[in-house]
Write a protein that binds this ligand. Structure first.
Ligand code: PRP
Length: 179
């Protein structure tokens, strides 16, 4: 195990099982529809790549960059959003794919944007949910795991751009970000 990780919360195997289950549910819910899966970069990239391959409905990919942390350990309370390649959401069934719903600021901001742009529906799939930290009223439609208020990294999630490539999700040792 990486020496900066205090505890492994979800192993590679348990994540894979849960992603399978989420994919099966989403496939059932979107049967007969085409969905536009929006990967919220960068944290959701690994989850997105695994999830979309477990969805049997036709899926169109879209990518958006939203950042609320930067190199800090706490959310700035607003999301900086940019779109690397513009895509049309008008009339589309959008599924926002996120690694974590924390304060909810990022997801709330993105959902509003897509609804204003004329999306037919906007649903949210978050691998992790931290309801204890919520600052705005928003609930993901699909959640992988509920987590306590701990600093989690791995499987796409970072601290100052490190740890994204860990295949598991772990709790970052306090000594790393309190230095
Ligand atoms: C993280 C995470 C979510 C957001 C959740 O992104 O990937 O997008 O914060 O936090 P919120 O619910 O408080 O808005 P981050 O800003 O760390 O950017 P990154 O995805 O590029 O790592």
């Amino acid at each position: 195990m990486n020496e900066s990780i205090a505890e492994i919360l979800f192993s590679e195997e348990s994540i894979a099982r849960r992603v399978n289950e989420l994919g099966a549910r989403i496939s059932r819910d979107y049967r007969g529809k085409k969905l536009t899966a929006v990967c919220v970069l960068k944290g959701a990239a690994v989850f997105f790549a695994d999830l979309v391959r477990k969805i049997s409905a036709p899926v169109e990919f879209a990518f958006i960059t939203a950042s609320s942390y930067g190199a800090a350990a706490v959310s700035k309370g607003e999301a900086e959003v940019s779109v690397p390649a513009p895509f049309e959401v008008c009339g589309k069934d959008v599924l926002l794919v996120e690694d974590i719903a924390d304060t909810g600021v990022t997801l709330s901001c993105l959902r509003e944007r897509f609804l204003k742009s004329g999306a037919r529906s906007v649903k949210i799939c978050a691998l992790l949910n931290k309801p204890s930290r919520r600052r705005v009223k928003i609930e993901p439609d699909y959640v992988g795991f509920e987590v306590e208020d701990e600093f989690v990294v791995g499987y796409g999630m970072d601290f100052a751009e490190d740890y994204r490539n860990l295949p598991y999700i772990g709790v970052l040792s306090r000594s790393v970000y309190e230095e």
